[in-house]
Design a binder for this molecule. Structure first.
Ligand code: AVJ
Length: 320
């Protein structure tokens, strides 16, 4: 009996969820947003008017693609384009198409934990850009990067786009980026997309869209826990609550319990007081000075900042 429960339930997920809900304040990790429904909702978010991040980075790629290729391959040298957490490749395609048109000598290597996501991306790219050399790598970012650094003599350009770095606290970001720095070779580059501090109203709107897609995205985490961890959250008793702290640049999302309630997860009962929150996501915003400090702290040198016209977003090129 116990055996059958254990094989049905992903134990890391369960341990993380229980640990987070036993903590004070309660928390759940945003990395668990992305099941199949979560992936679809995030695709929808990226198309929202309010979610300026995707358009801003797309604009940067569109208007600076020549410069970007020049930075990646100044004299036509071969390179590997290694993308961490590639998603649907909507923005990356702008670069890939340009590089192909310019006959750049490169291979595209999207890395993802999800084999499913990688298969979809590869299929789509093979249709849309048949000339592209693509080698998807399934696994942990650092393991893959470490292997690649030892096995390939070509320059590795690491793409970490879309302000995914924003999901980390400053300390987590420092650890993550320092690990990248440790794993790469001297001639390699990190190309990192970061959302910038701006009018707090603009930021809040991006995480509180009128259609309620972001609210669904956040609440979907509870639905996922219900399905996968045998839990009984009543989603209607929670409210999506994004809040931005201009002092720290942290836009946090939480789920607020609207009533005093009890939830059962894999047999364990968790009590939630009325108005108690569960922290689910941090989407940190930086300014250019903080980005330079972060780069330096992690052992990188900033080569270039590429910003969109409104100054909403930056793609920053760091060298080892
Ligand atoms: C994919 C982590 C960059 O934090 O802006 C979008 C995820 N969350 N809307 C972000 C997200 C709510 C997104 N990142």
């Amino acid at each position: 009996m116990i055996d059958s429960i254990e094989t049905k339930i992903d134990s890391t997920f369960l341990v993380d969820v229980l640990e987070g809900l036993r903590s004070n304040p309660k928390r759940l990790s945003s990395k668990y947003f992305y099941n199949e429904v979560g992936d679809q909702l995030f695709q929808k978010i990226m198309k929202l008017e309010e979610y300026y991040l995707t358009n801003a980075e797309h604009e940067i790629f569109q208007s600076r693609k020549e410069e970007i290729l020049k930075a990646f391959s100044p004299n036509g040298e071969a390179f590997n384009l290694v993308e961490f957490g590639a998603g649907d490749g909507y923005k990356t395609k702008v670069l890939l198409k340009h590089f192909i048109t310019e006959k750049a000598d490169f291979e595209y290597m999207p890395i993802d934990i999800s084999a499913h996501a990688l298969e979809g991306l590869e299929e789509n790219l093979k249709l849309e850009i048949p000339e592209l050399k693509i080698s998807p790598l399934q696994g942990d970012y650092f393991q893959v990067l470490d292997e690649l650094s030892h096995s390939s003599s070509k320059r590795n350009i690491i793409l970490f786009l879309g302000s995914n770095i924003g999901n980390f606290t400053t300390n987590q970001a420092i650890n993550f980026l320092s690990q990248i720095r440790k794993d790469i070779n001297p001639n390699d580059l990190l190309f990192i997309g970061i959302d910038l501090k701006k009018d707090p109203d603009t930021i809040l709107a991006a995480y509180n869209d009128k259609e309620g897609v972001t609210a669904e995205f956040n609440l979907n985490l509870l639905r996922r826990i219900n399905c996968e961890l045998d839990a009984d959250f009543d989603v209607s008793k929670f409210r999506h609550y994004p809040h931005y702290n201009a002092d720290t640049g942290e836009c946090k999302s939480s789920l607020i319990s609207l009533v005093d309630q009890e939830v059962t997860i894999a047999g364990e009962r968790i009590h939630l007081k009325q108005w108690e929150s569960i922290q689910t996501e941090i989407s940190k915003k930086y300014d250019l000075q903080e980005i330079e400090f972060l780069a330096k702290k992690c052992g990188f040198v900033v080569d270039q900042h590429l910003e969109d016209d409104r100054g909403y977003f930056v793609d920053s090129i760091w060298r080892a």
